[in-house]
Design a protein around this ligand. Structure first.
Ligand code: GRF
Length: 229
């Protein structure tokens, strides 16, 4: 038997003032979330610019996607570094060269250290394919299926040292179907990722402007949006 799941309203993302925020994207894989952010920028839904992409896997599709969009990309292959901290230091140098305001981990499959976190305080976001704090770490979708949850989803959150932890910016819920496989469930979660990722970036950036008293509108920092609004 399948039970109905939680439903609530979409919250439209805030409009960010000029100048557009500069995003540094960190990715290890296909870069579909990077592409979703770029599309949101193109369509005027996110007042931002992707200043550069950092990737750690020479064959990552994200490099091709960046090239197609004429976005600068830097390969920092983790195998070329003696330690996580040394890799993070190189990432910081590249991100500072790109003059980024926000660091966006869009499928970055490496643990980061306090070296990176301290360099961009409250300015690093991550997307994870579960309802954080459930199922952190690798194979989150498989973990969710194995646990038999009826609702899962994805989360955009601030990055802290513990993997896939930190203040939640936005969730999207996805109902698990009885015949779901990892692949089918992952596909529906990704649809929601592409939807909430740009919106969550806007909310987080807006939140920091409010905190710095640069804008004064009311702020909602947590949103639960549904798969089928
Ligand atoms: C996403 O599912 C994200 O939740 C996880 O890694 C995946 C990246 O996908 N952290 P893509 O490279 O953006 O397509």
């Amino acid at each position: 038997m399948t039970f109905p799941c939680l439903i609530s309203q979409d919250a439209p993302p805030p409009t960010l003032p000029d100048p557009p925020i500069r995003l540094g994207i960190m990715a290890s894989g296909s870069g579909s979330n990077m592409a979703a952010s770029a599309q949101a920028i193109d369509s005027g839904d996110l007042n931002a610019q992707i200043a550069g992409v950092i990737y750690n896997n020479p064959s990552a599709l994200v490099a091709r996607r960046a090239q197609e969009r004429q976005i600068a990309a830097t390969l920092l292959d983790h195998r070329q570094f003696d330690s996580r901290a040394a890799l993070d230091q190189a990432i910081i140098t590249a991100l500072k060269d790109y003059a980024v305001d926000w660091v966006i981990m869009a499928g970055w499959m490496r643990r980061v250290t306090e070296v990176l976190i301290d360099a961009f305080p409250q300015r690093i976001l991550n997307i994870h394919p579960s309802l954080v704090p459930s199922f952190p770490g690798v194979r989150a979708v498989e973990q969710s299926l194995n646990a038999g949850v009826k609702v899962t989803g994805c989360t955009v959150h601030y990055v802290e040292l513990a993997v896939d932890s930190g203040q939640i910016v936005m969730h999207a819920a996805v109902t698990v179907r009885p015949d779901d496989t990892v692949s089918s469930l992952q596909g529906r979660i990704q649809v929601q990722e592409h939807r909430i990722f740009p919106a969550a970036i806007a909310w987080a950036a807006f939140n920091s402007l409010v905190t710095e008293n640069l804008v004064t509108e009311n702020l909602v920092t947590e949103n639960l949006v549904t798969e089928n609004p």
